[in-house]
Design a protein around this ligand. Sequence first.
Ligand SMILES: [Zn+2]
Length: 434
Amino acid sequence: MRSNFTPFEAASRGEIRALQEQKLLGLLRKVSGNPFYRRKYEECGINPERVRSLEDLRMLPFTYKRDFQKDQTENPPFGTNLSEPLENYVRYHQTTGTTGLPLKWMDTRESWEWRGKCAAMSLWASGVRPSDVVFFPFAFGPHVAFWGLFEGTFQIGALAIAGGGWNTVQRLRSLIENQATVVCCTPTYALRMAEAAADNNIDLSKSSVRLLIHAGEPGGLVPSIQKKISEAWGATPYDYPGLTEVGAYALHCEHQRTAIHVNETEFILEVIDPTTGEPLEDGNMGEMVLTNLGRTSSPGIRFRTHDLVRVSTAQCGCGRTFRLLEGGVLGRSDDMIIIRGMNLFPSDLGNVVESCLLIGEEYQIIAYTKDGMGEVKVCVEPGKGRDPAQLCKRLERALRERFEIRIPVEAVPLNTLPRSDYKSKRFVDKRTAS
Ligand SMILES: [Zn+2]
């Protein structure tokens, strides 16, 4: 049986670059007929035909979520990021709008098949095969994530069961009765299903489920959440990372637990300094910028994700040559703290603090404004038997060694800070807009 869904997944870096370049030039030819990008490039005085190589891509301006939102507000109902006549579009989706106006996204038959291909590559990498029975405990509405996986399941040739319109117990009974081997849902819902199973004397570990594919939330790559899910289900959880604006850009292969491969035959990845926009070498944490290559009818070109990632060029045991993102998305560039001229990320601070703490010791990073300037401090809960003053001193020293600035650390009594599985929840932003 093939280990890859598409032949290029184990190609040399040179072959991958050549393929990316060829697809990029085709994409840019097509967007000459796309009003959104035509206007954008005209405003910057840039002719996209001058882009002749991957390096030249940097000549083009970045695209932000707010650009799409503004375009859709000014050009209702669908905006102008449409490279083809409206009659060619066959699918409509929209975002939840948790960070502003919901974004609408339209697909042609061709771009929908491309979304399915990306999902199929991702499912295949996580071990889904044509013999699998894939259960979707999801009410199919306007959000795209599970629709993409549903199409990907079809392209692999596995059996898909749509479990919308049922309550949790009905879904559990159906997935057991029909011997589902894969379940696609959010990590939160996987745990809720496990609770409902326990409450109704349903033994999930005796089900045929061997894999869970998680979308919609970041928990699929968080070790503590993975542990809870695999213990409850007796199955392995995988992540399916994606963004409505660009699509499902990564593969979580069977050889990695917390790292994901960027799907580099379908996307161009750039990692930039979020302040200057300058490219960063692999190994440095920076903001992920993505260009999708197969959705030419409504593309995302140099899309600023605001997600912070770190690229590793380590070889993966699966044989794929696509670069890895260690730990997936490490934080948000919007959380960046500028303190005394230095850019700090809460996740970086968190890594230093965590390296000095024992199990059960909690912390919180608080950013605030003082006299119009950015400041940051760390609150920590020392465990039983720890000298609070000594721990604070040790943390301050470790932070100064790493960041070369003084960051105050305060001890607070045990069990006063909120507990969370997410690193992001340990960051409190009290800064006022200047
Ligand atoms: Zn791999």
